[in-house]
Design a protein around this ligand. Structure first.
Ligand SMILES: [Zn+2]
Ligand SMILES: [Zn+2]
Length: 384
């Protein structure tokens, strides 16, 4: 094991106390990515017995000081990377957490020989004890460097007003494998005022996500098949052909129509040109479909409420909530009333869905975002 300059070794932490004399609690998983979840709020998490812990492939072992502070957390098991985290406090607030990976990650890739510092979190507070800055620093393994990054820093900045947390910014920077510095711009990851405005411009404040098994809320979204006869079939502005018909959203309960005049939102998108398009459905004329138009196999999905952002982001179809943008935010304005358009849904790429001509791929595993207002429907594609 090599000694990292100015950093304590795992042995120094291990020898600091007689850890076995501490109050030891077991948890199914105490995640360390989020300070609020792990250090400050661990007491609210459900504990499990030692028997229950050791019968699972992965669990957390917490060492609690007599004053109630969480001082050390061991992640044990095969599902994640086994590690030990040591937490330092100043005036009762956690100011630093140091994580030492101990072994192999689940994909069989070596993370560390064990014993070197792998990750470090630093926390800064304002005079009221509110978290204002968090830095997460991922160290390269000393015996072997990561494939893409050397050092990686994630900075988070928190802004408050009299009503509490107002905004959270994030900045990511690091060193590439060759030692060249790179930076990903500071982005807003939470904005209370904006969240308020957006919640008025979505068909559902709580996101509804598609499930494969049948359940409630079926027929809210029909994937594939032929568009209904009364629907205007647009042409792609770039190639002048009919774009692919993707599906139909039914704006009946529990979705809210808001300013949308249409009862159903037909979704068209040219999978060849990938052009964003706004279609006015005011022209209700019925066009005869080109005999060559290929359709996706018709499928109904059932939908459930979900507030879990990670699940929402990866769902095949997400109705309502806020869009999970892959790139920068692109909120369209309505051509008819000039208000922000209402977010209807986002659809995930799926290479296995094929209409005989194209697979349902929005660029490189991207997403299609659908907005509507008055008689207009706008589709926006973003990918990686
Ligand atoms: Zn086209
Ligand atoms: Zn409008």
């Amino acid at each position: 094991m090599k000694k990292q300059q100015g950093k304590p070794t795992i042995e120094e932490h291990q020898n600091q106390y007689n850890w076995d004399a501490f109050d030891i609690r077991y948890y199914r998983d105490l995640d360390f990515d989020d300070i609020q979840d792990s250090i400050l709020a661990y007491t609210k998490k459900r504990t499990i017995s030692l028997e229950e812990a050791t019968s699972t492939p992965y669990f957390s072992k917490a060492y609690i000081h007599t004053d109630g502070k969480l001082l050390r957390l061991d992640q044990i098991g095969t599902r994640g990377v086994p590690s030990q985290v040591y937490i330092e406090y100043s005036s009762n607030l956690p100011v630093k957490a140091l994580e030492y990976y101990l072994g192999i990650n689940p994909h069989g890739k070596r993370i560390t020989l064990g014993g070197e510092l792998s990750r470090e979190w630093d926390y800064k507070y304002d005079e009221n004890g509110r978290l204002i800055e968090m830095t997460e620093h991922t160290y390269p393994d000393l015996a072997f460097t990561y494939r893409y990054t050397n050092h990686l820093y994630l900075h988070r900045f928190y802004e408050y007003d009299q009503d509490g947390l107002l905004r959270t910014y994030q900045l990511v920077e690091g060193l590439s494998i060759s030692g060249k510095p790179w930076q990903k711009n500071k982005v807003i990851i939470y904005d209370r005022e904006k969240a308020k405005i957006l919640s008025n411009n979505t068909v559902s404040k709580v996101a509804l996500i598609s499930k494969n098994q049948l359940g409630k809320n079926t027929n809210l979204f029909r994937f594939g098949g032929l568009p209904p006869r009364e629907v205007f079939i647009p042409v792609c502005p770039k190639c002048n052909e009919n774009p692919a018909y993707i599906g139909l959203v039914d704006l009946s309960k529990p979705l809210q129509k808001k300013r949308i005049s249409l009862n159903h939102i037909p979704i068209f998108f040219c999978l060849k040109c990938m052009e964003n398009q706004t279609i006015s459905m005011r022209q209700a004329q019925h066009q005869i479909l080109d005999g060559n138009i290929k359709v996706f196999p018709e499928t109904d999905f059932s939908f459930v409420n979900s507030s879990d952002e990670e699940t929402n982001e990866t769902a095949f179809v997400k109705l309502g909530g806020f869009p999970n943008w892959i790139q920068n935010e692109e909120y369209p304005k309505c051509n008819e009333c000039s208000n922000p358009m209402i977010f209807v849904c986002q659809i995930e790429s799926n290479e296995h869905l094929y209409n005989g001509q194209d697979a349902l791929m929005f660029g490189d595993l991207g997403k299609l975002y659908v907005f509507a207002c008055c008689n207009s429907v706008t589709t926006i594609m973003q990918c990686y």
